[in-house]
Design a protein around this ligand. Structure first.
Ligand SMILES: C[S@@+](CC[C@H](N)C(=O)[O-])C[C@H]1O[C@@H](n2cnc3c(N)ncnc32)[C@H](O)[C@@H]1O
Ligand code: SF4
Length: 382
């Protein structure tokens, strides 16, 4: 039986951040009890069809899962423990926002079984937090990290850089502050303008501009340099960890192994009776809950993925990793030999240009190649 990762989506936030296109919703009163009950129902549905599998990670993502009371988190973890076999070193992560109310719940989450938090800090600069529409201050973020480090064995936090007007020295200084506070993991994202967000409208109106491609590339290189000084290596394009601090849950996605997703809008990639399925749940919270209450699941998509699509997905995910793609894992997950999934001419050109390295056992993007993956992959993948 293949190991499994479990993703649980909590779809509510206190406010919608202007840059964010995640499936997150704001309500005057969050229907917490109803949604938590529906998550438990959908978890039972997944467990029934998946059968007894070994669970290597659980990830409470959002939205803002730190708005969910610890008792509900505990109930979901207990259900999962009854229905699956927990790996000895199971990683249970919860995404948290650093307001003081949410940090106040940290002990409750730890008691529920959460052993890793991922805190959405975004910046330590007050004007930047304001620009990003965040509800917390820099001192609150620092306090949440310090408290989190005392309570959880593992901790990560997110920052968004390459913001309007951000220069390399200013970013290096902010990053150094982050690195002195960091535990075993950091996610460092470049600001992207996503369609349908408030930023997309304001950016189109010319209200702000982003650093040029050259500056963004320099900021990216500076990020890896500063992180290395503190012993954190980029194991994925935007993720940095000390050895052993890598997010096991996210590695499951990038290595194209099986994960089940429950909650509004959650995706899954699960193998049932030897067939890999793509699954998706209804995106809107209340209609999703209606479906779960009627049918035990809010699933709207469940379809077999053909081997060429699997190969494409596995390449898109795996080349983001510094470790690249292992030839044997690729074959066992997709049924296709790695070389058969690639355009030979483009592969040769990309190797000669220094964007990829290819050995008998692995295909890996070089740091230069990692910067160009979006441009490279459509031509490379058959
Ligand atoms: C689901 S959110 C994190 C959890 C939590 N709701 C929070 O905001 O603190 C995942 C992360 O993606 C990053 N992110 C979201 N939209 C982004 C964008 N347009 N550009 C760069 N990073 C983004 C942020 O760092 C955010 O913390
Ligand atoms: S960034 Fe986080 S808090 Fe902000 S809207 Fe997105 S999910 Fe919610």
């Amino acid at each position: 039986m293949e190991d499994l990762a479990l993703y649980i989506h909590w779809p509510f936030c206190l406010a919608k951040c202007p840059y964010c296109d995640f499936n997150s919703h704001v309500r005057d009163i969050i229907p917490q009890t109803r949604i938590a009950a529906a998550l438990r129902t959908e978890l039972a549905y997944e467990a029934t069809r998946l059968g007894p599998r070994r669970l290597t990670s659980i990830f409470f993502g959002g939205g803002t899962p730190s708005l969910l009371d610890p008792e509900h988190v505990a109930a979901l973890i207990n259900d999962a423990a009854k229905k699956f076999t927990f790996a000895d070193d199971i990683e249970i992560t919860l995404e948290a926002n650093p307001t003081s109310i949410e940090a106040g719940r940290f002990a409750g989450y730890a008691q529920a079984g959460v052993n890793r938090v991922s805190i959405g800090v975004q910046s330590f600069d007050e004007p930047a937090l304001k620009f990003l529409g965040r509800e917390h201050s820099a001192p609150q973020a620092i306090a949440a990290i310090e408290l989190g480090r005392k309570i959880f064995p593992r901790l990560s936090f997110d920052l968004i850089y390459a913001r309007p007007g951000q220069t390399e020295p200013v970013w290096r200084a902010e990053l150094n502050q982050a690195l002195t506070l960091a535990a075993d993991h950091l996610s460092l994202y470049q600001l992207t303008i996503e369609d349908g967000t408030q930023f997309a409208t304001r950016y189109a109106r010319g209200e702000f501009s982003l650093p040029s491609d050259d500056v963004q590339a320099r900021l990216y290189e500076a990020t890896a340099e500063e992180a290395a000084k503190f012993g954190l290596a980029p194991y994925e394009i935007s993720n940095y960890a000390r050895p052993g601090g890598e997010s096991r849950h996210n590695l499951t996605y990038w290595r194209y192994a099986d994960y089940a997703g429950i909650g509004p809008g959650a995706h899954g990639r699960i193998t049932l009776n030897g067939t890999k399925l793509a699954t998706q749940k209804h995106r809107a919270p209340e209609p999703w809950a209606d479906l779960v209450e009627a049918n035990s699941t809010g699933e709207t998509v469940s379809e077999p993925i053909d081997p060429p699509t699997q190969a494409r997905e596995a390449l898109l995910m795996g080349l983001r990793l510094a470790e690249g793609i292992a030839t044997t894992t690729f074959k066992s997950h997709t049924g296709i030999a790695l070389t058969d999934a690639l355009e030979p001419d483009i592969l040769t050109q990309a190797i000669e240009a220094g964007y990829l390295t290819h050995t008998a056992t692995r295909l890996t993007a070089t740091p230069e190649g990692a910067k160009r993956l979006d441009a490279l992959l459509p031509a490379l993948v058959r």
